[in-house]
Each structure stands twice: as structure tokens, then as C-alpha cells.
Design a protein around this ligand. Structure first.
Ligand code: C5P
Length: 230
């Protein structure tokens, strides 16, 4: 199960299993799922991921795979065995890579595509060589992800309206980097409040530091849920 009544997934961005488990247990009553990313995965590997899955919440494995199709398919096959609900790949890996990831997952996990990182804005895109800007590029890649059979995309809150219009109501939209009013924006550049992102059509909201770096992560998660009327 990936979409729950509570759309909030907390990003457990720490290399330490004990810290991740403590935060996960504290926030569990107030969130719909948990996200494990590269920082945690590189430090703790499959055993660490299994420890998070064992808590019983849906787990989004945010490892942003990007390689040739055969390599990505092999990685996905290994990862679905860990019991995670969602795995992501970079849409910039192309159609064949996305199809290979989806085939390898079967019905064991959803595969979603990263469009444009929410830490990038138009001037960053220009430097990379994408002249169209972040929103247009995200839209193009979301469309390609849908055409390649993926279940959804990771996109910025500001890309949601276009992604929904291009990809339809059943395409899973996962939005990281939303910020409660008054919270530190950190390195995020294209963000909204959780409530605004939800109203703009996000199915899943990923929150990291506004919850995990709070003095009381459980209270912070509860406040986010309350801001969504939950
Ligand atoms: O701490 P913060 O709320 O900014 O955490 C956002 C999380 O979402 C991080 O784990 C980051 O890796 C992830 N993410 C992102 N932008 C994307 C995809 C994932 O910020 N496009």
C-alpha cells in the first residue's frame, strides 16, 4: 500500500540506524509512510532498509537509480525483495531504462521517476544545458515517465498542475521539500506549504528536516498532519 489517508512520508536522512528508527517510531502515528534515501542506504545497506520496513509503514526507497537498463533492472530486482513499496529511478535515464525498471518490479513495488530535483531552479537548469527551465523540463519528463509505464513521478510542488494535466488523475505524484509556514527552507528552491501542495494535487508529501531536525519530531509531524486537516 502506497497511498494512505495521511499523505505525509518522513524522510529518514541519517546514516545512523538507531536515530532513523527512533525518529520513525516517534512520527509513525502521525504519518502515512517513511522514506529512506541514499544517505541511510549507503551507510546501512539492505539490513538497514529491512529494519525500517519491519516497522510496518509503507516505505519509499529514494535511491534515484540511473544507469543502463540491465543494471537498473538488476538493482530493482534486488530491492523489491526488501519489502519496500515505492522505488524511484531518474527519468533522464530514458524510456528503455524506465521500462526495464518497471518490468523488474512487477507488482511488488511501484516505480516512480525523478523529474527535476527540487533543489534546482531555472538558473541551475540553464547551467546544466536545459534551456527550457525547471517546470517545462519536469513536465516533459513526467510525460515520458507515463509513456514508459511508470506509476508516477517525483516532482516539485510548483510542477504539479502541469504534471496532473499532462499525466491524468491516476498518476502518482510525490512531492518532496514542502515547508510548513515559518520553517527553514534549507536548500529547497521550488517548494510550497504541505497544505498548498496537497491542494495542488500531490498524492504523497515528503518532509525531511522540518520534522527530523525539530526538537520534537513527533510534535512536528502531528502539526503537519493538523495543517492538512487530519
Ligand atoms: O529535508 P527535506 O524536507 O528538504 O528533505 C527532502 C527529501 O526529499 C530529501 O530526502 C531529498 O533527498 C528528497 N528529494 C528532494 N527532491 C527530489 C527528490 C527527492 O528533495 N526531487
Amino acid at each position: 500500500m502506497t497511498t494512505t489517508a495521511n499523505p505525509v512520508y518522513v524522510a529518514l536522512d541519517t546514516p545512523d540506524v538507531k536515530t532513523a528508527l527512533a525518529i520513525a517510531k516517534a512520527v509513525a502515528p502521525h504519518v502515512g509512510g517513511l522514506k529512506v534515501g541514499l544517505e541511510f542506504t549507503m551507510a546501512n545497506g539492505p539490513e538497514g532498509i529491512k529494519a525500517i520496513v519491519a516497522l510496518g509503514k509503507p516505505v519509499f526507497l529514494d535511491v534515484k537509480l540511473h544507469d543502463i537498463p540491465t543494471t537498473v533492472a538488476g538493482a530493482v530486482k534486488a530491492l523489491v525483495g526488501l519489502g519496500v513499496s515505492i522505488i524511484n529511478v531518474h527519468t533522464a535515464g530514458g524510456q528503455a531504462m524506465m521500462r526495464a525498471a518497471k518490468d523488474a518490479a512487477g507488482d511488488k513495488a511501484k516505480i516512480i521517476g525523478v523529474t527535476v530535483l527540487t533543489s534546482l531552479d531555472d538558473s541551475d537548469m540553464d547551467l546544466i544545458g536545459y534551456a527550457e527551465g525547471a517546470t517545462m523540463q519536469a513536465l516533459r519528463l513526467a510525460h515520458l515517465a507515463r509513456a514508459s509505464g511508470l506509476d508516477g513521478v517525483v516532482c516539485g510542488a510548483t510542477d504539479l498542475t502541469g504534471v496532473r494535466a499532462a499525466c491524468g488523475p491516476d498518476f502518482l505524484t510525490v512531492v518532496p521539500g514542502s515547508r510548513p509556514l515559518g520553517a527553514d527552507v534549507n536548500d529547497q528552491k521550488r517548494f510550497m506549504t504541505p497544505d498548498a501542495a496537497r491542494k495542488a494535487g500531490a498524492d504523497i508529501l515528503i518532509l525531511g528536516r522540518p520534522v527530523t531536525a525539530a526538537a520534537d519530531p513527533a510534535a512536528a509531524a502531528r502539526a503537519v498532519a493538523a495543517s492538512l486537516g487530519l
